[in-house]
Design a protein. Structure first.
Length: 525
């Protein structure tokens, strides 16, 4: 990939990215995901809180996406309207499209590589997600560049180019360490890449020139340091190296709390085949319009995989890496407390459909490869290339008009949350700026965001040494208390109601009742 090619691809991706941002921002859709609100909240509280510290990053979500958001989320206006996420997510999207083009270049001519990158770039679901604070765009960029540098390393070792191979290994180490600190998918990706290089080219790398062996050492050090740091961080600040896996805010604990006694936690639980079907359907629904097009896309992706594996035997490993999300999420749904709900199948709702986006690279590259092979056989490449472009654009238009799956989920799951948080924010906006507010923020931090209330004005569950004393005597430690039905503050008010006067009651269908109290003890007006 030449510099001029990279510049052209990046410019095209940047234009699409900006147009998408303008569209979704003007339609007020940047903060529909509760997780997007939570990511911005975590990033802001690292500095804007009563106890600013590294521990404010929490122990479950991996820290890198939040660290990247910090410079932007500290601008209150950008935090409130969600635009603080745009620089990170949009840059990730552009990097992912560039990686898609470069990856396709390993197997396809330039015009077909541009087609693969374009088919990936115009996916409406991806264009929506790259305007939000969700972590998928960041991970997709890291995922694709990891595959690029893996393939580059393999080719360089085979061509006996130790300098190029060493450079690819060091870059790969940086990318994989970042992936490990971004999403847990990155842990499995790192293991897959490591095993691939070890068994496919390990002997040649470890017996190669000193430069190559040193680069392999750097790669190893980086990919070991990242998870070990996370274990240490959890042990040091949350007293359990596996707090992210089994702590009170882990996926396992959340599923245990939300699943009725005796009920099956979710479809695919301890059933890998059903789990695989749910994940694949979420992926195809996000990449193609429903019906025959879905299955045609899946069939073309499988055919394209076989085409590339047959023609480029030395790069079979990197090719198959693009399918790693399928076994990873199959296992996660079946055994990892990670439900995925899709509208066509029970329980006929939306949940975690965005996980299917990790197969978008496979659904962009492999069908294009299959069409390229067919065009070579038929001998009419320009015709089939432009036909493919028309089909891809028509599919994207249909997905956009019918609303992308990930946006459907965001809209459906925000219908009751957003009005509730707006009503609560209206009450919080009347609180004096020098008053303290006791509030559990893990569930509805969006109310603080809408109100523009500095987090340091609150006493919340992340203020580890202030939280419990405030719960033991709410009226003594806070001027105002926000108690939402079923949360720790509501329980504390039930135990210690003295000197608390109800100020406002907020109700909303599908959300817990919230009562805002004023403390009579502190004398705040």
């Amino acid at each position: 990939m030449t510099r001029s090619e990279a510049a052209s691809v990046a410019l095209g991706a940047a234009v699409l990215s900006l147009l998408a941002l303008i569209w979704f921002a003007t339609h007020h859709e940047l903060l529909l995901y509760g997780d997007a609100v939570a990511h911005l909240h975590i990033a802001r509280r690292v500095f804007d809180t009563r106890t600013p510290a590294l521990t404010q990053l929490g122990s479950v979500w991996l820290p890198l996406p939040h660290v990247l958001l910090i410079p932007f989320v500290l601008v209150t206006k950008l935090w409130q309207n969600g635009l603080a996420a745009a620089p990170v997510s949009m840059a990730s999207y552009i990097a992912a499209v560039l990686a898609m083009y470069r990856l396709a270049n390993f197997w396809l001519p330039r015009s077909w590589s541009a087609f693969a990158a374009g088919a990936f770039a115009i996916n409406p679901g991806l264009l929506y997600m790259q305007t939000t604070a969700m972590t998928e765009p960041v991970f997709l960029a890291l995922f694709l560049w990891a595959v690029v540098y893996t393939a580059d390393c393999v080719l360089a070792v085979d061509a006996d180019e130790p300098r190029r191979a060493a450079s690819a290994l060091v870059k790969l180490g940086v990318i994989l360490a970042a992936a490990v600190l971004s999403r847990y998918d990155g842990w499995i990706l790192t293991a897959c890449v490591g095993l691939l290089l070890l068994f496919a080219r390990g002997r040649r790398i470890l017996t190669g020139p000193v430069r190559l062996r040193l680069a392999a050492g750097v790669l190893t050090a980086l990919v070991l340091a990242a998870p070990l740091w996370w274990f240490w961080y959890n042990a040091r600040y949350f007293h359990d190296p596996l707090d992210f896996l089994r702590g009170p805010y882990s996926a396992q604990a959340i599923e245990a709390r939300t699943t009725p006694a005796g009920a099956l936690p979710h479809p695919g639980y301890h059933a890998p085949y059903i789990a695989m079907k749910y994940y694949l359907r979420a992926a195809t629904l996000g990449a193609a319009s429903q019906g025959a097009v879905e299955w045609l896309l899946l069939a073309a992706a499988v055919a394209g995989t076989l085409v590339i594996c047959r023609r480029y035997k030395s790069l079979r490993g990197p090719v198959l890496l693009l399918w790693f999300p399928l076994p990873f999420y199959t296992w996660s749904i079946a055994y990892g407390s990670v439900p995925v709900f899709i509208p066509p199948w029970g329980p006929n709702s939306w949940y975690n459909t965005r996980y299917g986006m990790e197969l978008l690279p496979a659904f962009a590259l492999f069908p294009v490869a299959a069409l390229w092979a067919f065009a070579r056989w038929r001998g009419r490449q320009p015709f089939w290339l432009w036909t493919g472009w028309l089909v891809a654009m028509a599919n994207a238009c249909v997905l956009f008009v019918t609303t992308p799956l990930v946006l459907q989920e965001a809209i459906a799951n925000s219908k009751t949350r957003v009005p509730f948080e707006r009503n609560l924010a209206a009450v919080l906006a009347t609180v004096p700026r020098d008053a303290s507010v006791l509030m559990y923020t893990s569930a509805h931090a969006g109310a603080l965001q809408i109100a523009g209330m500095p987090l340091r004005q609150t006493i919340n569950e992340s203020d580890y040494y202030l939280w419990q004393p405030a719960l033991d005597a709410p009226a003594v430690h806070a001027d105002f208390v926000v108690a939402m039905q079923g949360d720790p503050v509501a329980d504390a008010v039930a135990l210690h109601p003295a000197d608390l006067e109800p100020l406002a009651i907020i109700t909303s269908q599908g959300q817990p009742r919230a009562i805002v109290y004023r403390s009579l003890k502190t004398g705040t007006p």
